[in-house]
Structures are given as structure tokens and as C-alpha cells.
Ligand binder design. Structure first.
Ligand SMILES: *Cc1c(COP(=O)(O)O)cnc(C)c1O
Length: 238
């Protein structure tokens, strides 16, 4: 874990990913600025985050609480004046919810009320509300994380009531599909679900979908956040 990335020129890869996002946005008739690039740094060392930061990247996604806290705390000690936004994108264990509420700006992977309540209760009062997305499982039995689409409205209604959370939208990690149209079809399901929820939750503004292999299709369907690791930092060792 956290082995240095080899043979990857992070600034160049980052610029390539930004160009891909721009091209996808233009093809979809969207403004590139309406899509936030989240650089996914799980299993990557702090030096890689620093390299991306120097190249202009500010938003970073992490999956594992202990690994992330080590990096975030070191970052804040070494670079107190370097602004960065930390997004938790891994599955949330309830006993780790307090740490996530304390150290992150966003949690993309809320999938049950108990976790949402713990995030809200433990959000420090000197911080703005934690931005959260509900994680939706679009593949039924094929993957374990997230709630079925039909449960989204009920959970959204409950999460929206929690005082120290700001419900922002939906996130999904669909099972890998080959081909643009197949990828696009599943992202459209998430986009349609967000539209439905917006009728009762008009402030929702976030569709967190698309990774290295399918961000083009996600952007075509309205992704506002793409979460990209491999295409920026290279393959993860381990
Ligand atoms: C690892 C991960 C990513 C990034 O995946 P890549 O294929 O490396 O771009 C995005 N989102 C989540 C939730 C992840 O766990």
C-alpha cells in the first residue's frame, strides 16, 4: 500500500484527463466547468497528491478511512496553507463515521440512515454541513454497495432532515460494461432518478458517476463529478 507511483507523469496524465473531460462535455453540449474532476488517490502516496496539487488539482477522493486520515493529517501538518477538498468515496462503516464527519468535506457513499445520523451527529459545529450523496446500486445482486433505486426517495427524505448534512445528490459505481451505449444506459438510470428526486428536493445538484473507463458515457448523461484514479495516477499496486 502507498507505494510510489512509477512511470507515471502525473501532471501530463492529469492534463490528458482534463482534455478528455472537455471533449466529452463539448460532445454532450455541456460546459466543461460543470464537471468536477475528483482525483482518486486510494493506495497512492502523499507525494502523488502533492504532484497533482501542484498541477492545479484540488479535490481528492479516498476510500479507506485509516489510510486517508494518515494522509489528510500529514497534509494539514505539512501544508497548512494549501487548500484541498477531501471526498470520502469508500463504503462507510458505522464505527468510522465520526472520523469521516470530522476530516472530510464530502461523503459520496451514504447508504443507510444509521450512518447518515452518525455523520450528522459527529460533524464539528465549526464546519459547514457535510455534503453527502446517496449511493445507489444499479446492478441488483451483482454488487453489494448502495441502496436499490426504489429506496432512494425514502432515504433522501430522512437524510434531508439531518441538521449537519447537506444532501447533494446521487452516486453510483455500476458494474463494468463494455461499450459507450451500454455504459450510458446505466448512467441514464441514475440521472433519471436524480430528476425524480429533484421534484421533492430541488436543491440536489450532484451526479457522482464515471471513472477512468466510463467517464465519457457518464458525462454524456450529466455527471457533475467524475471520480478518476487510474487514468491520472496509473494502476494501483497491491
Ligand atoms: C477506485 C475508485 C474510483 C476510481 O477508479 P479508476 O478506475 O481508478 O478511475 C472511483 N470511484 C470509486 C468509488 C472508487 O472506489
Amino acid at each position: 500500500m502507498n507505494e510510489p507511483t512509477k512511470n507515471t507523469d502525473i501532471p501530463t496524465s492529469l492534463a490528458n484527463v482534463q482534455s478528455l473531460i472537455e471533449e466529452s462535455a463539448h460532445r454532450a453540449g455541456r460546459k466543461p466547468q460543470s464537471i468536477q474532476l475528483l482525483a482518486v488517490t486510494k493506495k497512492k502516496p502523499l507525494a502523488d497528491i502533492e504532484a497533482a496539487w501542484h498541477a492545479g488539482q484540488r479535490a481528492f477522493g479516498e476510500n479507506y478511512v485509516d489510510e486517508a486520515l494518515e494522509k489528510i493529517q500529514t497534509w494539514q501538518a505539512l501544508h497548512p496553507d494549501w487548500p484541498a477538498q477531501w471526498h470520502f468515496i469508500g463504503s462507510i462503516q458505522s464505527r468510522k463515521a465520526a472520523a469521516i464527519a470530522t476530516h472530510f468535506d464530502w461523503a459520496h457513499s451514504v447508504d443507510r440512515l444509521k450512518v447518515a445520523q452518525k455523520l450528522s451527529t459527529n460533524r464539528p459545529s465549526d464546519l459547514p454541513p457535510l455534503s453527502v450523496c446517496l449511493q445507489i446500486n444499479l446492478d441488483g445482486e451483482a454488487s453489494k454497495s448502495g441502496i436499490p433505486a426504489e429506496d432512494a426517495e425514502a432515504l433522501a427524505n430522512q437524510v434531508a432532515e439531518l441538521p449537519n448534512l447537506s444532501l447533494r445528490g446521487l452516486m453510483s459505481i455500476p458494474a463494468p460494461r463494455t461499450g459507450f451505449e451500454a455504459q450510458r444506459a446505466v448512467f441514464k438510470e441514475l440521472a433519471d432518478l436524480l430528476s425524480t428526486l429533484k421534484s421533492t428536493h430541488p436543491k440536489l445538484d450532484t451526479l457522482s458517476m464515471g471513472m477512468s473507463a466510463d467517464m465519457d458515457a457518464a458525462i454524456a448523461e450529466g455527471a457533475t463529478v467524475v471520480r478518476v484514479g487510474t487514468a491520472i495516477f496509473g494502476a494501483r499496486l497491491s
